[in-house]
Design a protein. Structure first.
Length: 283
């Protein structure tokens, strides 16, 4: 495992005495380093949210069938360049990589999503890898989860995951359009399942702590986008050798809640664990 404690670039810059004084005062007050203060201030000024996971709606809302899109792709892109989600009416799977959003549909096709497309659920971050290493052999989904478990430092921090390589075998699903109000387990009973051999591509996704199960899918959640951008979906199982893995821990969490009547009146007090395991895991 290779860590990158000094990831980034060194800037030499002249600042006014007043600014310098303010930086020093902040450091003394909060215990932050000057690097951290300057980095945070620049991130705010330049609209970059560092190590922030931004999410639209909640996993329980999805379980309860709240599929009407509430945020556009254009708006989501303001909050990150990497992530996953789904589209209006649970129409397929979304993959966000290098700032581009791709829409995988249940007929097996993939197209770049229009800026105006709406998402009922999405998670995104500006991906800055903190750990990178090679996974020499992955025999199954459970094996992958087990290997990733050993690389995460805590059970309590959201983790962004990017995996690149050639998948000897990969099985993935794409949700089919569903009526608003159809619960997620019933809706994903109609999912389209695809399998590919020797697929060169990227897996994009997150690990979510168990305590956040009402907000996002607990555990590992990865979406595939093939390098030729012709295949993609929600990963169910896989095997591969020599995968390139990058991880980033996300310590800030922001959530945008829908203001639709359906969301405002839904019962979101349930425990969605069982339904999420059924809907998002292998059938
Ligand atoms: Zn998914």
């Amino acid at each position: 495992m290779k860590k990158h404690p000094h990831y980034g670039h060194v800037i030499k810059s002249r600042v006014s005495s007043a600014l310098w004084q303010a930086i020093i005062e902040r450091c003394q007050r909060t215990g932050e380093t000057p690097d951290h203060v300057i980095q945070s201030a620049l991130a705010v000024e330049l609209d970059i949210t560092h190590h922030t996971l931004f999410q639209v709606s909640t996993s329980t809302a999805l379980v309860q069938g709240i599929y009407n899109g509430c945020m556009t792709v254009a708006e989501i892109k303001k909050h990150g360049d990497f992530g996953l989600g789904t589209f209006d009416e649970l129409d397929g799977e979304g993959i966000m990589l290098d700032g581009e959003v791709w829409h995988a549909k249940s007929d097996g096709s993939v197209a770049m999503a229009a800026e105006s497309e709406l998402a009922p659920f999405w998670a995104t971050t500006t991906f800055v890898p903190q750990v990178s290493c090679t996974l020499s052999a992955v025999s199954s989904w459970d094996d992958l989860c087990h290997q990733l478990d050993k690389l995460r430092s805590s059970q309590n921090i959201f983790t962004s995951i990017c995996i690149k390589g050639v998948f000897k075998h990969i099985q993935y699903r794409v949700a089919c359009k569903a009526e608003q109000g159809t619960d997620l387990v019933s809706a994903t009973n109609n999912q389209a399942v695809f399998e590919l051999n020797d697929c060169s591509g990227t897996l994009v996704g997150f690990w979510t702590p168990a305590y956040a199960k009402t907000l996002n899918v607990p555990g590992y959640h990865l979406h595939l986008l093939s390098d030729d951008k012709r295949s993609g979906g929600h990963v169910l199982s896989l095997s591969a050798d020599n995968l390139e893995l990058m991880l980033a821990e996300e310590t800030d969490f922001k959530i945008a809640l829908p203001e639709s009547v359906e969301f405002l009146q839904a019962d979101l007090s349930i425990d969605p664990s069982e339904a999420l395991a059924k809907a998002e895991g292998a059938k």
